[in-house]
Design a protein around this ligand. Structure first.
Ligand SMILES: Cc1cc2nc3c(=O)[nH]c(=O)nc-3n(C[C@H](O)[C@H](O)[C@H](O)COP(=O)(O)O)c2cc1C
Length: 188
């Protein structure tokens, strides 16, 4: 990757009530070389400006999809964004819709479940890598390079008892690592 221009697309339906994505966002939104966008703020009515979103993709080399893990997947606006923005002739089929070829896809998620829950025989039975396959294969079909996801586990709302819940300070450590990673990408 040479001097990637980084686009961070945050999908969180209620960032004001967030701990995980709030701290992660604060870690990266002022980084030089990074365009940060809060998609639920842009499109509260889900009416996505497809051409504008596509232009942003064209203008950047590393696309970050940051969101909480909802029902083993993502908040619904990200699905709507994929369905609308990754259009035929733009993002696929291979050899025809080639506008995203060679760009990088980075998924950054927070989960309520702890890391140990995400394994065969564990509470959630499958690994995060297995559950993220639809995103990975979407990247593949678009000719994008899938980067190892960044995952912050055990992020629950304040006040939930009886489950592992990482502290704000621990989330901030993850936010620092996330920032360092994007900073290195910018400098490469
Ligand atoms: C609608 C909904 C679905 C969720 N589904 C999952 C899930 O499938 N797996 C999981 O580990 N946590 C799940 N959670 C918990 C969230 O992932 C967790 O609250 C979030 O990542 C915390 O990040 P935040 O502080 O930025 O909101 C779900 C939460 C909601 C509200």
């Amino acid at each position: 990757m040479s001097k990637p221009r980084i686009l961070v697309n945050l999908f969180h339906p209620n960032i004001d009530n967030s701990r995980g994505n709030k701290f992660l966002s604060e870690g990266v939104l002022d980084l030089p070389g990074v365009t940060f966008r809060n998609l639920y703020q842009e499109y509260p009515d889900f009416k996505i400006n497809v051409k504008y979103e596509q232009q942003l993709l064209l203008d950047h080399d590393l696309i970050v999809f940051q969101h909480p893990f909802y029902w083993y997947s993502c908040p619904s606006l990200l699905k709507e964004w994929e369905d609308r923005v990754l259009e035929q002739g733009f993002a696929y089929p291979p050899g025809v819709g080639d506008k995203l070829n060679g760009k990088h896809w980075l998924t950054v998620i927070t989960t309520g479940g702890p890391e140990v829950a995400y394994r065969s025989g564990g509470f959630n039975n499958y690994t995060i890598s297995e559950l993220l396959r639809p995103f990975q294969q979407t990247a593949n079909l678009c000719g994008m390079k899938w980067l190892p996801p960044i995952v912050v586990h055990s992020v629950l709302p304040k006040g939930i008892e009886g489950f592992k819940n990482i502290s704000d300070d621990e989330i901030k450590k993850h936010a620092k690592d996330y920032r360092e990673f994007l900073k290195e990408c910018v400098m490469q």
